[in-house]
Design a protein around this ligand. Structure first.
Ligand SMILES: *Cc1c(COP(=O)(O)O)cnc(C)c1O
Length: 368
């Protein structure tokens, strides 16, 4: 279907950067630099400096970034790792693939980890916590870091949706032992395929993850242990490096569009808009613009008829997926959210007019 307002517009995004991206691709092809070359090192250095951390290690995806972080930190069988069910399944998969046990807690009104629930979920087996900074807004990191210091727990941040977002002036990914990011095409900084990165201030850990991502190869001769093939391609790194320069400007545009939505939607009683910005405390980047709506499913089909493409993350909570064996968790807010949320189109290329059209279409639905 050809939408009037598509949820994403990759071709348009590309055309805005066509010359720069084509030049980067050509340089790679002509130089034959495909794996672990200068472009990757440059990108790692640039993103580390953007985030204010010491080390960045490019990997295949954010899923791998979390998996390798947990392995490098020594999390394994017998350990419990606390996270939320209201996240992409990859967060929990990373825990399971280390042999550790996921403990799922509920979220608060802002869709992020409920810190009171975290404290209750801590047991003698708890080894780590994975806060998920959903929709471009950080978890309450002051409270979380206090809890984890008190109980001596590791923090691995799932910052897949929070590149550039900050809490108390400190960027997502720079709080925990590691921060994990995704460059999946639909993320705020997207590649032309999969990609991810681990960031940390711990030099030993960075080195361990460098080995884990490349078969444990220490030198051309020496293998330190059995590792993985989880490298970030040079081509992806080069394109991401081009895009990174534009990211601050894109974030500004996202925040502008979010405030347009907020102005238009906050007067509609059947709609709950995202938590308002709190200057100085939360710097949100609106990776997704998620609202709660009465009669959600009817609204979504109405918007479809208006030519507006909508995404629902996630219509079926993870602990209700029978195949995953997580049915013993009881998470009422997560369940409510899955029935009420929808994500509206928001990306830097979207015009103000299109946003006004989405707002008008929502208003019309509740008026009728
Ligand atoms: C996208 C996403 C992931 C997975 O990232 P990949 O790079 O696709 O592995 C993990 N967690 C959250 C919250 C995400 O949005």
């Amino acid at each position: 279907m050809n939408y009037k307002v598509p949820f994403v517009d990759f071709p348009r995004h590309y055309h805005g950067l066509e010359g720069e991206i084509d030049a980067a691709i050509k340089e790679i092809l002509c130089g034959g630099d495909f794996i672990m070359r200068q472009q990757l090192r440059d990108f790692e250095e640039h993103i580390a400096s953007f985030l204010g951390v010491d080390y960045a290690v490019g990997v295949h995806s954010c899923t791998d970034a979390m998996h390798l972080s947990l392995l490098a930190a020594g999390v394994g069988p017998g350990d419990e790792v606390i996270t939320v069910a209201h996240t992409f399944v990859a967060t929990v998969a990373a825990i399971v693939h280390c042999g550790a046990t996921p403990i799922l807690v509920d979220v608060s009104q802002d869709f992020n980890m409920d810190m009171a629930q975290v404290e209750k979920a801590i047991s003698p087996q708890t080894k780590a916590i994975i806060p998920v900074h959903l929709n471009g807004r950080l978890c309450d990191m002051e409270r979380l870091m206090k809890i984890t210091r008190k109980h001596n727990l590791l923090v691995i941040e799932d910052a897949a949706q929070a590149l550039g977002a900050a809490f108390d002036g400190k960027k997502a990914g720079s709080f925990g032992l590691t921060g994990c990011f995704s460059f999946y095409p639909a993320k705020i900084l997207g590649g032309i395929g999969d990609g991810g990165i681990v960031v940390t201030d711990d030099s030993e850990l960075a080195e361990k993850i460098r080995l884990l991502r490349d078969h444990g190869r220490e030198t051309k001769e020496d293998i330190a242990f059995f590792g993985f093939n989880s490298r970030l391609d040079n081509l992806q790194a080069a394109i991401l490096d081009v895009k990174l320069k534009h990211l601050p400007q894109w974030i500004e545009r996202r925040r502008e569009l979010a405030s347009l939505y907020e102005r238009g939607l906050s007067a509609i009683p059947q709609i709950t808009t995202p938590p308002p910005p709190q200057p100085g405390r939360y710097f949100d980047v609106y990776t997704n613009y998620v609202v709660r709506a009465e009669e959600r499913d009817k609204l979504v089909s109405h918007l479809g008829q208006c030519g507006i493409e909508i995404l629902i993350s996630w219509p079926k909570p993870m602990h209700h997926q029978p195949a995953l064996g997580l049915g013993h968790f009881h998470l009422p807010e997560t369940e409510r959210i899955s029935r009420e949320v929808l994500s509206l189109p928001l990306y830097p290329e979207l015009s103000d007019d299109k946003v006004e059209y989405v707002i008008a279409s929502i208003r019309n639905f509740y008026r009728d």
